[in-house]
Design a protein around this ligand. Structure first.
Ligand code: CS2
Ligand code: MG
Length: 408
């Protein structure tokens, strides 16, 4: 069996999804997602210029050797661009493998460990009351877990993932108004004074059963993160996400000494070498990697297995920048993983997205039910794809009030 061709498409409804299609001499094809939010053209170019010319003629069944060939063979390896590109190839090869075996991928991993996988929604508000309305809407839709973010009084601009005005639905993933990022102003003192009380009010309003998550988005120092974690302890958070900048694997030691709040980290990691100490030293409770830019199923499965040895559960990244292809790969891992925790689910389930990526994976009452179709169980409509093209977008950058650049 041989790979005869591979194509890359960039574009989609409201997002620049990077979709890879690998075609074989037996009429079977596989799909992969290499979307690196706001840097989408780079993994696409890496695939087109370096990886695809090598891929043609390879036997798609040897997904492990192909992964090693690209990773070890790159010499300058790792990094989000390369790992997103390898990840897309890897997903597509697993898709082909599943189709050859006529089995859904979760069967190849070891079968189902659960019927449905719990997901969380992203509730957001310009202020606390606006956030309460957003949470209520998700509770009414049947979600059992909600991540909660709101504006901070006195903060000069809106903060991470919150709208400027109540009632606005903030599309915080990409600003398509131009390539130069908007600036958000941040003040950790105001956040530390306000947010613990706001979280306590949310808990009081919604009662003990609703799982509450909160994302700090890398903005606190280790000492501040420890103070915050201790202050929110009575709220009983399901998780506290990215309390400190994620590259420092020792930063969470102080937090651990002062609090038992569950910590989730890893959406920016692209290899096991960025989280092995965090996992082995049991400094985290949830690992947030995504198959999209952490090297695909082959590499993420290794991370999941290491995590399982250390009581660390999965909480894969599922921001709207992931296409339904990588989300499908995660649905299969979530169905199988003995140490599954929760799945972020912010996919834009619009009719346009469903037309571009037809699939039988289903979300109901805050749970995802994996498809039984062979392979990934998601397709890609190339004629629909002709309606879309690349649009440059950016994340905001964050500065302190005196102008100092901070973590977004
Ligand atoms: C966020 C992300 O979903 C999350 O947890 O932290 O949305 C993050 O801001 C984006 O992925 C950046 O592209
Ligand atoms: Mg996050």
């Amino acid at each position: 069996m041989k790979i005869t061709d591979a194509k890359v498409f960039v574009g989609g409804p409201g997002k620049n999804y990077v979709t890879l299609k690998i075609i074989t001499d037996q009429g079977i094809y596989g799909l992969g997602d290499a979307t690196l939010n706001n840097r989408e053209t780079l993994p696409a170019k890496y695939l087109q210029d370096y990886l695809i010319p090598n891929l043609i003629g390879m036997d798609p069944r040897n997904s492990e050797d192909i992964w090693q060939f690209f990773y070890r063979g790159a010499y300058f390896r790792r990094g989000p661009i390369a790992m997103a590109a390898f990840g897309a190839i890897d997903m597509a090869l697993w898709d082909i493998k599943g189709k050859l075996a006529n089995m859904p991928l979760y069967q190849l991993f070891g079968g189902k460990s659960r019927d449905g996988a719990m997901v969380y929604a992203h509730a957001t508000g310009a202020d606390l009351e606006d956030l309460m309305d957003s949470i209520s809407q998700y509770v009414e839709q049947g979600y059992r877990a909600v991540r909660v973010q709101c504006g901070i009084p006195g903060m000069p601009t809106a903060s991470y993932a919150v709208p400027d005005k109540p009632g606005e639905n903030e599309h915080y993933m990409s600003d398509f108004s131009g390539i130069r990022p908007k600036v958000e102003i941040w003040n950790s003192d105001r956040y530390l004074r306000y947010m613990p009380g706001a979280l306590a009010e949310i808990r009081a309003r919604f009662g003990p059963e609703l799982k509450l998550l909160h994302d700090v988005h890398h903005r606190l120092t280790p000492r501040e993160a420890a103070e915050f974690a201790r202050a929110v302890e009575p709220v009983g958070l399901y998780w506290l996400e990215d309390p400190t900048p994620a590259e420092d694997q020792s930063a969470l030691k102080l937090l651990r000494q002062h609090s038992t709040v569950p910590v989730a980290i890893g959406e920016v990691f692209n290899s096991i070498w960025e989280c092995n100490k965090l996992i082995e030293q049991e400094l985290i409770d949830f690992i947030r990697v995504a198959v999209t830019y952490a090297g695909g199923i082959t590499h993420v499965k290794r991370i999941v297995d290491l995590a399982g040895l250390h009581h660390v559960r999965t909480g894969f990244h599922g921001a709207p920048s992931h296409s339904p292809i990588s989300m499908a790969a995660q649905h299969h891992l979530n169905a199988w993983a003995p140490n599954f925790g929760i799945q972020e689910y912010l996919v834009l389930d619009t009719p346009e997205c469903d037309a571009l990526f037809p699939s039988e994976h289903r979300m109901k009452n805050g749970m995802v039910y994996v498809s039984d179709a062979p392979g990934l169980g998601v397709d890609f409509d190339e004629s629909e794809a002709q309606n879309y093209s690349y649009k440059p977008g950016s994340h905001p950058v964050v500065r302190l009030e005196d102008g100092t650049l901070w973590d977004y």
